[in-house]
Design a binder for this molecule. Structure first.
Ligand SMILES: *Cc1c(COP(=O)(O)O)cnc(C)c1O
Length: 475
């Protein structure tokens, strides 16, 4: 299994060789040369598997340069019930990503029961263990540079804290994360974790990471690695829970299900796309956005028009406040028939601050073949959805999951189960829940008093040079 770049001008590499990096040297993103395919017979064998067995079965088709016994051990160490310990009444922590039935044909797929209460733990915890393993094998170290609007950063830091050979430099938009998110990250005191508060918004942080990664000399000299959502291993890890969710609500592989995915960088729903390409019977992939609706605009019109950071709204579902969906290029590569020259042409426009329109040349007509539909929501929708869900089902959901549920209800089809991906627990966004329900959400007992802990961070200007200097000074 080799991995190729969406821009077609980088050498094909194996899994371990792309694990530690971010973008391919030609600026593209890695994808498998060919998607592995699970037949009906394979799916039948996978039905009923424990999460660990499922994860191993899927990942072993994507990873061919880690010995099977070692990969198995990494997976077993990662997906343990004591790490994904939070479970609602009626859920079993052993399921790792348990479902919760709201009503006939409508479910939550709970992805947020891990240490930082957001779905990013699922992939990041695997990454932490893969990094430690591969670095030890190669006798190397890495300095992870990441950008976060809240959840990536804490998931990365909790996955990497104390890991040998790894330092984490995490950029976050100064004063733009929730109090809980801020406390979760900034209260870490591990020597290998550096919290950098950038005076700007999330897109500025993401642009800095891209700029530093594109400085190939700096990247090589200081062993800069990435864990943001373009990292292939993260996308691969996320493929697993689509299978898990599918099997949880079906009894037969002839059945289809739909998934509604609260989206920002398009990493999560990209994993759904890949699960579908691998043979999972998915009816619809519902891309749900908040007011930052660049993806909704594309799936409605064929125009992809990223907005600048000045036009990114600061919303009550902040982890989706993204106007340039970095994983979107992976889907477009498949959409345009894996024509890397076409992707280069399109992203030349995007990288120059422009937009592209796939309607004119006919490619947009193909979107429906991939099951994608979309919708968006706003603050009032989120408040209303959180309230209605609490009243109707006695379940408290967070603001991001509310975006997903709102759009799911608009896109549901009779006879096809709809799974809404629960991307964070409400405890992470207490203020919004108080606004919607007039009461605080339940908080896992281990996190009581989090905001009172001493915080550790540095405030830095929004400039790639300032960040480079910070890294040089701290390694
Ligand atoms: C990261 C995040 C999202 C968006 O996921 P993408 O993979 O960037 O599309 C949605 N909800 C929450 C809670 C998140 O942390």
């Amino acid at each position: 299994m080799k991995y190729i770049s969406t821009r077609g001008q980088a050498p094909a590499l194996s899994f371990s060789d792309i694990l530690l990096g971010g973008l391919a040297p030609d600026g593209g993103l890695y994808l498998p040369e060919q998607y592995p395919h699970f037949t009906d017979e394979d799916l039948a064998a996978m039905r009923g598997m424990h999460y660990r067995d499922l994860a191993y079965t899927i990942l072993s088709r994507l990873v061919d340069d880690i010995p099977p016994a070692d990969l198995r051990a990494i997976v077993d160490k990662t997906y343990r019930a004591d790490v994904y310990a939070y479970a609602r009444p009626g859920q079993n922590a052993e399921d790792i990503t348990p479902t919760l039935k709201l009503e006939e044909g409508l479910y939550l797929l709970s992805l947020s029961n891990g240490p930082t209460l957001a779905f990013k733990d699922i992939a990041m915890q695997l990454l932490g263990n893969l990094f430690e393993y591969v670095l030890a094998q190669k006798g190397e170290i890495t300095n992870i540079l990441g950008a976060t609007s809240g959840d990536t950063g804490s998931a990365a830091e909790y996955a990497m804290r104390g890991k040998k050979g790894v330092k984490v430099f995490m950029l976050s938009p100064h004063k733009k994360m929730s109090r809980f998110q801020t406390a979760q990250m900034f209260s870490l005191q591990d020597d290998n974790i550096f919290n950098i508060a950038v005076k700007g918004v999330f897109d500025d942080c993401q642009d800095i990471v891209k700029a530093v990664s594109n400085d190939h000399a700096f990247k090589a000299k200081y062993k800069i690695g990435a864990v943001n959502s373009i990292n292939w291993a993260r996308v691969a890890a996320q493929v697993v829970y689509y299978f898990k969710g599918y099997f949880a609500v079906t009894t037969d592989n002839a059945q289809k299900v739909s998934f509604s995915v609260p989206s920002g960088n398009f990493g999560n729903v990209c994993a759904g796309h890949i699960a579908r390409m691998m043979g999972l019977p998915i009816a619809k992939l519902v891309v749900a956005t908040n007011e930052n609706d660049v993806l909704d605009e594309f799936f409605k019109t064929g125009v992809y028009r990223p907005r600048g950071s000045a036009n990114t709204y600061h919303t009550s579902s902040p982890s989706m406040d993204i106007s340039k969906a970095s994983n979107f290029e992976r889907f477009v590569f498949d959409l345009v028939g894996r024509d890397a020259a076409k992707v280069r042409e399109l992203w030349n426009k995007v990288d120059a601050g422009g937009s592209f329109d796939l309607k004119a040349d006919g490619w947009f007509d193909k979107v429906a073949d991939y099951g994608f539909v979309s919708g968006s929501s706003n603050h009032a929708n989120r408040m209303q959805t959180i309230k209605a869900t609490h009243e109707r089902y006695g379940v408290t959901i967070d603001t991001h999951t509310a975006d997903g549920l709102k759009v799911a209800l608009e896109k549901r089809e009779a006879g096809i189960p709809m799974l809404v991906l629960e991307t964070a627990l409400p405890a992470k966004f207490e203020d919004a829940i108080v606004e919607a329900l007039g009461q605080k959400p339940e908080r896992p007992p281990s996190l009581e008093g989090l905001e009172a802990l001493p915080q550790h961070f540095d405030v830095v200007h929004s400039s790639a040079d300032a960040i480079k200097q910070f890294i040089v000074d701290h390694i």
